[in-house]
Ligand binder design. Structure first.
Ligand code: GRF
Length: 195
């Protein structure tokens, strides 16, 4: 069985959806950097163990409670970022090559990068008069919102759309597509029918 860890910082609707709907693997750990984030309650309700970590624990692999050591202790095979805002350090990327994915609420390579998250993305997309936006699921590398794209889907932007309505429609699309896109990628990556 593919052992999956999810990193999330906030509300966690995607994390919950993945916990419930991934079939090619199981979410065995939820890691969060924000005390009190709602995602912690969602995971606990579903009996997924949660861990709160600091920036030092993420960035220093030699830290007594480093995230790297924790992931190894839990024998994590694959990592999903679902609304996680900090940069993933190089040692994690080296340890899980091609095995960390992120979801972004726009059509990368446009509207990504540091500071481009949440409502800012949708506001900028609308201000620029784009006709389409969408979702992108990509491999995580050393640059924000940059690695190889494994899934992308677009939606039309209506003249009546506001950043709020666009955010809502994109969130719904994420919920519909994220688990299946990850399952398909995992199948390719691990090619192990005995899950
Ligand atoms: C999603 O829109 C995702 O694309 C972005 O962060 C948001 C997380 O939403 N990376 P939620 O916390 O899963 O509801």
């Amino acid at each position: 069985m593919t052992r999956i860890a999810i990193f999330a910082s906030g509300n966690g609707s995607n994390a919950e959806n993945l916990i419930c709907n991934l079939t090619y693997g199981r979410v065995v750990l939820l890691l969060c950097n924000k005390p009190g984030a709602y995602v912690l309650q969602r995971a606990q309700r579903l009996h997924v163990p949660t861990v709160l970590f600091s920036r030092e624990e993420l960035e220093d692999p030699d830290h007594e409670h480093s995230v790297l050591k924790l992931l190894k202790t839990h024998k994590i095979d694959f990592i999903i970022l679902a609304g996680f805002l900090w940069k993933i350090p190089a040692d994690l990327i080296r340890t899980w090559p091609q095995k960390i994915v992120n979801i972004h609420p726009a059509l990368l390579p446009k509207y990504g990068g540091q500071g481009m998250y949440g409502d800012r993305v949708h506001k900028t997309v609308i201000e620029n008069g784009e006709e389409k936006s969408g979702i992108t699921i990509h491999i995580v590398d050393r640059q924000y919102d940059h690695g190889h794209i494994i899934y992308q889907e677009s939606i039309q932007i209506y003249s009546s759309d506001t950043p709020e309505t666009l955010a809502l429609r994109i969130h719904i699309l994420e919920h519909l597509r994220f688990p299946k896109a990850v399952d398909d990628y995992l199948k390719q990556l691990f090619k192990d029918p005995a899950v």
